[in-house]
Design a protein around this ligand. Structure first.
Ligand code: ZN
Length: 275
């Protein structure tokens, strides 16, 4: 699933294509993308909208319209955007939506598993929508170690589950949670609220460093993720633990192990991340 670095990579590539453009035509080919709203209703509403900016919040892409409305796009498991000159997107059995812009470009939305969503929100609805679903942005300057410490306070969940909960911190998923815990040398099953001050400081640095590195490398390409110009990310070549069962730890050389935490496959070094 695309996490913060992958969605930020998509945003950076698609923003120059979308920003300032007006939507001439919109097709939504899958009722699941917009439900319970009818896809034709959303498509009709998009026509004539001028896209002012493309922003990101957590794993959401926000197409902020000049009208004040926002198209909230969540890629979920396998969603991806692709842009091309109008009429030249390759045929794709998994295309779920397409918008044609007045700039001569078109943008296709592909989604194999069909868990992605497009929601068009009126002005005033965006803030409560996001506020009820998302904690702070971990790469924002306001996300300090002290802020993380307050979020962790009293939490009985394993720290891995805490990191995956979008209402605590926005944008971290399975890959970057495991990578951050390895960097911080914290066992994924440690109780979140019981981390010491130095561990909180390490975790704070580690979450930000892992996410920043992911953004620098344009995300990780596993199976379906591709960036909007069709290229691949490079983060998968730098994983320290994720998916590396039995391979030597980059720090101590002992084999990486896999356990299940919060229902998710979890990779860690049992020596560097002792319980
Ligand atoms: Zn190790």
């Amino acid at each position: 699933m695309p996490e913060l670095p992958e969605v930020e990579t998509v945003r950076r590539q698609i923003a120059p294509v979308l920003e300032g453009a007006t939507i001439l035509r919109a097709e939504i080919l899958d009722v699941r993308l917009t439900r319970p709203v009818e896809p034709e209703f959303v498509a009709d509403s998009l026509v004539g909208e001028r896209i002012a900016t493309v922003e990101r919040r957590g794993k959401y892409l926000l197409w902020r319209m000049a009208s004040g409305r926002t198209l909230v796009v969540h890629l979920r498991m396998t969603g991806s955007l692709r842009h091309a000159p109008a009429g030249s997107l390759p045929a794709d059995a998994y295309r779920r939506a397409r918008v044609v812009l007045d700039t001569g470009a078109e943008v296709g939305y592909r989604d194999v598993r069909r868990f992605g969503t497009w929601e068009l929100l009126d002005e005033g609805h965006l803030h409560p929508y996001l506020a009820s679903r998302l904690g702070p942005e971990p790469l924002a300057p306001s996300f300090t170690a002290a802020r993380l410490g307050r979020l962790l306070e009293g939490r009985r969940a394993p720290v891995k589950a805490f990191l995956l909960d979008q209402r605590r911190i926005a944008g971290v998923g399975n890959i970057y949670a495991d990578e951050a815990l390895w960097r911080a040398r914290i066992h994924p099953r440690r109780v979140a609220g019981e981390l010491g001050l130095d561990e909180v400081a390490r975790l704070h640095r580690a979450v930000r460093a892992a996410l920043r590195r992911g953004v620098e490398l344009q995300g990780s390409t596993l199976r379906d993720y591709a960036t909007p110009d069709g290229s691949s990310g490079g983060m998968q070549r730098e994983f320290h633990v994720y998916g590396r069962l039995g391979e030597p730890c980059d720090r101590c050389g002992r084999p990486i192990e896999r356990i299940v935490v919060a229902g998710r496959g979890t990779w860690f070094c049992p020596h560097c991340q002792a319980p």
